[in-house]
Design a protein around this ligand. Structure first.
Ligand code: MN
Length: 244
């Protein structure tokens, strides 16, 4: 949740940017016709659908609180600041912003890539986990995983290898390509597969902020534990919709 002070700061920043940025097309000083973005901008932090401690003991409550309330909020705040003053960008969804990064103004492209990616990736990530989840997928998704990776163990090994091998901060993903084939990949920083025309099915955040409080340098232990909270119902539902 954004505090009133933060909201005021963001609004003030947005107003400052709106005043400074469009210098190429000199606007009359008044009246301001552009509607002010609501409470800090078009993007908002989605609430978690479970309590901070729901994923214990695998993901600890303090990590969830800081990860969601501080890190994800910062991506939202910075994304709002990046689009502020640009009416075209302000009305786009985060998906549409990320789908074609080259279409973005160069001045804000990296900011949107990083913070839009952060907002999009985390919005999905929270839903990819659930209390009492884990186990293995069922139905069509399970069949597709078996076909691609031989069996669930093969899939798990490949995703684990991608997550372990990502140098520095980033993500490992199960994606659905434009060819409707499953694939495993990893991305650096907050880059999202959606920018390369792929749909995310499942992703694991391997930034240190996702695990350091509980696991310190032991990323492999975090990855192993994370499989115990994977919300396969969400992933299977997403797969079904994307294949339909
Ligand atoms: Mn994160």
């Amino acid at each position: 949740m954004m505090t009133r002070r933060e909201a005021l700061k963001t609004t003030a920043l947005a107003a400052a940017c709106a005043t400074v940025l469009p210098s190429a097309t000199a606007q009359p000083a008044a009246p301001v016709t552009m509607p002010a973005p609501a409470a800090g901008g078009p993007f908002t932090l989605p609430p978690l659908s479970y309590l901070y401690d729901a994923l214990e003991p695998h993901i600890d409550a303090q990590t969830m609180r800081i990860h969601h309330d501080k890190h994800h909020q910062a991506y939202v705040t910075n994304l709002n600041a990046a689009v502020a003053g640009n009416a075209d960008l302000e009305k786009k969804s985060v998906e549409d912003l990320l789908k074609d990064l080259t279409a973005l103004p160069e001045a804000v492209r990296a900011k949107i890539q990083n913070n839009g990616g952060g907002h999009y990736n985390h919005s999905l990530f929270w839903q990819m986990m659930a209390k009492g989840a884990g186990g293995e997928p069922k139905g069509e998704l399970a069949a597709a995983i078996d076909k691609k990776f031989k069996d669930f163990a093969g899939f798990k090994t490949e995703l684990t290898t991608a997550a372990t091998g990502r140098f520095g901060s980033g993500w490992a993903w199960l994606v659905l390509g434009p060819d409707k084939q499953l694939a495993i990949e990893s991305t650096a920083n907050q880059d999202s597969p959606i920018s390369a025309g792929k749909n995310v099915l499942l992703g694991i955040d391997v930034w240190e902020h996702a695990y350091y409080l509980k696991y310190q340098n032991l990323r492999a232990d975090y990855i192993k534990a994370w499989f115990n909270v994977v919300n396969w119902d969400f992933v299977a539902d997403r797969y079904g919709k994307l294949m339909a």
